[in-house]
Design a protein around this ligand. Structure first.
Ligand code: M6R
Length: 614
């Protein structure tokens, strides 16, 4: 959470930092700030609110300067207000810092500094850190880089920081532990950011800092990395970025979420491109091929993830057990890491994460590795912490997902996990050649079928109009579509702030059915191949209690049409692939309801795209 941006070079820093903050706003957006250095003075502006508010407020300061740092915040310590916004000054006014992360032992450090007459304007842990750096500078008589290193060895927590010193106008010091930090390397200029999006139009060359690394980014000098703990020199790996500008802009859509929903046919195809060779009857995935014995001989697969990625993990549980006959457990990463789980070296842990930065998932991986499990990462963001920490992995290749509500990440995660399950099923001899072929060819038809499912948009909009003022909603599904019901409910609550719950349809009669009355919309996934008759009975139970039924059905359905208030059709496919289609109208529905309720679709309240704190 929180996005950081920095620039040092020959251009005006202000527009670069502001634009960069706008691109990183998905990481947190309760306040924003900027500090510019013109060679003599530091000019600082910060405010509660969005980067757009910061842009307005910055009119009050001089915008000159070729060195600048900026921050967009998701509050951890201290409420979102102007004072708690970053950047933060040190007491002398010489040092300025931006920080993404949490300093856990900040209170004891703060007390020690207060005893040495330091004063604090904000309630933040970050202001404590910048003053600790200043105190080290003074007491040890060292320059900024060394002071940062000594100070960081005294703190407990997570950070990606950028700090500069008025007395050293040609450098910014950066460091990372637990939160991401990339350095864009241009000609006589450097960019610093939480991900590469702020500098993609300036350079394709990026260095991603590893945990416990720091760098002095100095004009006219090559970047040298150092290990924070022992000062050892580390050699930077300069990566060539594949991202392009179009991918991170809205491209004519009103919201990133809508653009990302519509990108799904292309994204799913990109996910299986080069991997799914249906005509040859092959699935090629290097990360699996090289570790096939580990998967095939695994006692079980443990899947860890959070939020939408956890829902993709639940779908995968059905696919792995159904097709590959490997036992699977799906765990919330946040629970798994703290419950002393039994893990052995015969376990394979699959970590699913769009961002590859989710703190709980990362911690779950570290725990599993310590206990000897083989860790396989399914991430979207290339070079992310989870991708690097895993023993092997597969990228989803969905392209940047910027809307806070995950959409294409979900369907591409399911696509990757389906490929893996099919590959393992084949390897284990669970499939006949013709059944395997049927799956491969059907998977190839999914992008076109998603395209068709997207055609329900107008109908979904009319349904949204009817239910936009509801205060509660239920989502029901069975089998492969139970996780889709959970995901549908999550999408609605996070962007429209309507209370929604997902349930396995048959669980209704064990409690939730008491909620049904004429005010309760119930979204039911009732596709032909997924326990259809049973779901029809569940629909009847709701109908007899006057609940409103909105059903997602297979094209040409007759039975549910007679019972439901609204039906939305999706094309027919194999049962295990239905989640890739049934989720589409539910995504559109949440989107339209949120727009109709004037909610901020891409940046829902209290949320952030990348949850890098636990
Ligand atoms: O980046 P990750 O996939 O690890 O993120 C996990 C969750 O934070 C994320 O899926 C969250 O639930 C989304 N806002 C859901 O739309």
């Amino acid at each position: 959470m929180c996005g950081i941006v920095g620039y040092i070079g020959h251009r005006d820093a202000f527009p670069i930092v502001i634009k960069g903050l706008q691109r990183l706003e998905y990481r947190g957006y309760d306040s924003a700030g900027i500090a510019l250095f013109d060679g003599n003075n530091i000019n600082l502006s910060k405010t509660k609110g969005k980067v757009e508010d910061l842009k307005d407020k910055s009119k009050e300061i001089s915008l000159a300067g070729t060195l600048g740092i900026g921050h967009t915040r998701w509050a951890t310590h201290g409420v979102p207000n102007d004072v708690n916004s970053h950047p933060h000054y040190s007491n002398s006014g010489d040092l300025v810092i931006i920080h993404n992360g949490i300093i856990e032992n900040y209170e004891s450090i703060k007390k020690a500094l207060q005893n040495r007459d330091y004063t604090f304007k904000s309630d933040t842990d970050t202001e404590v850190l910048v003053n600790l750096i200043e105190e080290v500078q003074k007491t040890e008589g060292v320059k900024l880089g060394k002071a940062v290193q000594i100070a960081l060895n005294q703190v407990v927590g997570a950070y990606a920081i950028a700090v500069f010193d008025k007395k050293k106008p040609d450098e910014i010091v950066v460091a990372k532990l637990g939160s991401p930090l990339a350095i864009g390397v241009g000609e006589d200029e450097f960019f610093i950011a939480s991900d590469a999006s702020p500098f993609i139009e300036f350079t394709n060359n990026a260095i991603y800092l590893e945990d416990e690394e720091m760098a002095i980014v100095r004009l006219g000098k090559e970047i040298k990395l150092r290990k924070i703990k022992n000062d050892a020199v580390a050699y930077p790996n300069i990566l060539e970025l594949q991202m392009n500008l179009e991918e991170i802009e809205k491209g004519g859509y009103d919201h990133f979420m809508l653009k990302e929903i519509y990108e799904q046919p292309r994204a799913i195809m990109d996910t299986y491109r080069g991997r799914l060779l249906a005509d040859q009857g092959i699935i090629r995935m290097a990360g699996i091929d090289q570790n096939i014995e580990k998967f095939v001989n695994a006692n079980r697969i443990i899947i860890v993830a959070c939020g939408t990625s956890w829902h993709a993990g639940l779908v995968a549980e059905y696919i792995f057990e159904d097709l590959a006959r490997i036992p699977v457990e799906v765990e919330y990463a946040s629970e798994f890491r703290y419950r002393n789980p039994v893990i052995t070296d015969k376990d394979v842990l699959i970590a699913i994460s769009q961002s590859g930065e989710t703190a709980d998932t990362l911690a779950a991986i570290k725990l599993a590795k310590e206990k000897g499990a083989f860790v396989f990462g399914v991430c979207n963001v290339v070079g992310s912490s989870i991708a690097r920490e895993s023993d092997a992995g597969a990228y989803t290749h969905a392209g940047p997902e910027i809307g806070v509500a995950s959409t294409k990440a979900f369907t591409t995660q399911i696509t990757v996990l389906t490929l893996i399950a099919l590959k393992l099923a084949k390897e284990k001899g669970e499939f006949s050649g013709s059944k395997f072929h049927e799956y491969l060819t059907e998977l190839e038809t999914i992008p076109a079928k998603v395209e068709k499912a997207l055609k329900s948009n107008d109908l979904v909009e009319t349904v949204a109009e009817v239910y936009k003022d509801s205060t509660n909603c239920l989502y029901l599904g069975r089998g492969y579509n139970f996780p889709v019901a959970l995901e549908g409910a999550l999408k609605l609550k996070e962007i429209s702030y309507i209370h929604a719950e997902g349930y396995p349809a048959a669980e209704m009669k064990h409690g939730p059915i008491a909620l049904i009355d004429e005010q309760m919309p119930v979204f039911v996934i009732a596709t032909k191949k997924g326990h259809y008759e049973k779901v029809v009975s569940n629909i009847q139970e709701i109908k007899s209690r006057k609940g409103k039924i909105i059903a997602i059905v297979t094209e040409g359905d007759v039975q549910v049409k007679e019972l439901a208030d609204h039906v939305i059709e999706i094309p027919e496919t194999l049962e295990s692939l239905t989640p890739l289609l049934t989720t589409i109208p539910l995504q559109l529905l949440s989107y339209h309801i949120a727009v109709m309720r004037n909610c901020n679709v891409d940046q829902p309240r209290n949320l952030a795209k990348s949850v890098t704190v636990e």
